[in-house]
Design a binder for this molecule. Structure first.
Ligand code: PA5
Length: 444
């Protein structure tokens, strides 16, 4: 059975050191980093570190009862029958996971999976024109909605839900509107919980011990993904498979790819002084996974004046914009490449008798073959000529199972990496500053 794997071929010196360390105990700074990841592994699994009341995600995938998934799938079926559009309201960790998985797995040019409503987002920003356009769209289509907020008090989704609830009630009447709303929030506290209880909405719970950016495998992601037509059982199975692979009594450096990734990042940051990690893809389907990853790593590690800045690039598109800087600019980053090993479809480039575009040298080849050679050529250019360390995260094929693996892999590595830097990877004190100013300016 194929699974995610890491490829350090392009990793230059740090990659080679890492590859050696997995076999032998030597080196100085790197050995100390390896030791700190080992300690982080114990801290994470024993639940003895900062933020240990937010470790519910660690053993979640293998614990989700099939009956819980079945109940969500049944409600999702009801929503699918009722709606052409499904509005998903939430921000940050309450929205990015759903968008990441949906965009990775749905057809790219169609707005929806066959037979499912198209998913549209709200409450992820405060743009007024966007909201007006959305309300106009919803005038013309049947829709259902799901509002997700763990705290139940976040400004952006609260305003969006207020506007959309009014629209829904006007369009369908209060009773039918009630049947078209699902609220996903805290078990007991928060304004959304109070409202949902009073109005009698169907609700799902965000577990107390899971923070927003680690919550995609809870109802926060699973219910909207089910409505969007994603195979949530396969997603959870993939994550559970990765959980089994990564959690053991002893850290196994040869097989634990999350520990290897966490160590590679820390080698780049602490030993080589890199400031930025670029998550790169050669498939536009991975764009929102990179957005989800940016939040996961940015909010988890960027504190106390520390942390790699998580950024992303989509190739070959960005080779025609950022490519110059990556090749020749300041050497402040390394690249982690999401590399897809097998395509779901085929397309062959045709021969052309006149060959005016000069492309006959690739006639008879699949586009994916050209993309693969672009990837190899780019990684060689960046690592060998550009001195950019490169790690490949190889995804065997694009399906819900492997995306589930990828999500859990990134979450686990993030916990390890954060603890190894002595930060709490499960809080986000820095996001309060803008809110306090905004509330003061708004006269709250
Ligand atoms: O990861 C996090 O904790 C944040 O991004 C939250 O998910 C985000 O701020 C939304 O919070 P809430 O679900 O409480 O509305």
């Amino acid at each position: 059975m194929k699974s995610l794997r890491l490829d350090f071929t392009y990793g230059l010196e740090a990659g080679k050191i890492l590859a050696n360390l997995i076999e032998r105990q030597d080196g100085s700074t790197v050995a100390a980093l390896k030791e700190s990841i080992g300690q982080a592994y114990r801290t994470l699994l024993d639940g003895t570190g900062a933020g240990n009341d937010f470790l519910g995600w660690v053993r979640l995938p293998a614990q989700i009862p099939a009956s819980e998934l079945d109940a969500m799938l049944a409600k999702a079926e009801d929503f699918k029958k009722k709606s052409q559009l499904f509005v998903c309201i939430g921000i940050g960790g309450s929205y990015l996971g759903t968008r990441a998985v949906t965009e990775a797995l749905k057809p790219q040019l169609a707005s929806r999976m066959p037979g499912c409503p198209a998913i549209v987002y709200a409450g992820h920003q405060l743009g007024q024109d966007y909201m007006n356009e959305l309300l106009e769209l919803l005038d013309q289509h049947d829709y259902t909605l799901c509002v997700i907020s763990k705290s139940g008090t976040t400004t952006e989704p609260a305003i969006a839900f207020r506007l959309l609830r009014n629209h829904l009630e006007k369009k369908y009447g209060k009773e039918e509107a009630r049947q078209r709303i699902v609220a996903i929030t805290d078990r007991a506290k928060g304004a959304l919980r109070t409202l949902a209880t009073e109005e009698g909405y169907t609700t799902y719970m965000v577990p107390d011990n899971i923070g927003g950016r680690y919550s995609v495998l809870s109802p926060v992601g699973l219910f909207p993904l089910a409505v969007a037509g994603i195979d949530i059982k396969a997603l959870v199975a993939g994550a559970a498979q990765m959980q089994e692979r990564l959690i053991a009594d002893q850290l196994d450096w040869t097989g634990n790819i999350a520990a290897q990734y966490a160590l590679f990042r820390q080698i780049q940051y602490a030993a080589y002084g890199k400031k930025v990690e670029l998550l790169v893809n050669f498939e536009s389907r991975f764009y929102y996974l990179s957005e989800w990853w940016k939040q996961l790593y940015g909010e988890s590690e960027g504190k106390q004046g520390k942390g790699l800045f998580p950024s992303n690039a989509g190739f070959t598109t960005d080779l025609h914009s950022l490519g110059q800087y990556i090749q020749d600019g300041e050497r402040l980053f390394f690249e982690s490449v999401l590399s897809l090993e097998k395509q779901n479809t085929r397309i062959v480039i045709p021969q052309d008798a006149r060959n005016l575009d000069g492309m006959n040298f690739v006639a008879g080849k699949e586009m994916a073959y050209v993309n693969q050679k672009a990837e190899e050529g780019t990684l060689m250019a960046h690592s060998e000529q550009g001195n950019v360390p490169v790690l490949r995260i190889c995804v065997p094929e694009l399906n819900a199972l492997h995306i589930g693996e990828l999500i859990y892999f990134f979450e686990f590595a993030c916990g390890l990496s954060g603890y190894s830097m002595n930060v709490n990877p499960f809080d986000q004190p820095g996001v309060e500053a803008y809110k306090q100013n905004m509330f003061r300016l708004l006269g709250k």
